[in-house]
Write a protein that binds this ligand. Sequence first.
Ligand code: FMN
Length: 217
Amino acid sequence: MPAGHNGAVTDAASSLSVTSPSADLVAEPMRSRWSPAVFATDRAVDDATIGGLLAAAAWAPSTGNTQPWAYVVTRLGTAAYDVVVDALSSGNRGWVPTAPVVIVGAVLVGEHEGRSSKGDYSYYDLGQSVAHLTLQAQAVGLHTHQFAGVDGAAVAEGLGVPDAFRVLVGIAVGYVGTDEHVAAAGEADVARHRKERVRRALAESAYDGTWGVPFGG
Ligand SMILES: Cc1cc2nc3c(=O)[nH]c(=O)nc-3n(C[C@H](O)[C@H](O)[C@H](O)COP(=O)(O)O)c2cc1C
């Protein structure tokens, strides 16, 4: 790679693929992360590992270090997990229950125990915290699949989430399903599981100095 800023930029742009993260640009565990739609239902995730995911989420940066997130862990076979499953959108009803663990993510939207929401930035912070959680999961051999297709108000009520928090997302956590699990899954879920992963070209959303000037030329 040519030395200097401009040389590096040119190389980065030319080796960017829109169908898979290139090994020379994207480090692990970001490169390997993806969202499966078939998990190994019969492989549990132990509490120490889940604790690691939550610790990674807790160590994310946040606006004024407000940490405006809260998580509720639910495990397959429990009443709490069923609260989430009962609130799923139809499109998520097939695949989410293949995950042994579903973590519910909530954001502070009001005042709670001396903490105040920072509005938009609290939402931003929850997302960044979840990003850390997903990458920790990937780093320890797990996979995650986030979902917004769930009735957050119903989940909040069923799990006792205070009014000052809004349930925004579910995070399915588990090991990727084997061929055997895939064979047992519904057609739509297998299609979702195998769907080609694509991204917009970097030049369409990353600019250099001025909006509309593609990064990397
Ligand atoms: C906030 C959020 C909400 C999502 N909601 C759903 C959902 O309801 N159902 C679903 O199947 N996937 C959902 N996804 C997963 C995305 O579709 C997925 O991340 C995207 O297609 C990119 O695929 P990848 O994670 O494998 O890179 C959601 C992801 C995020 C971050």
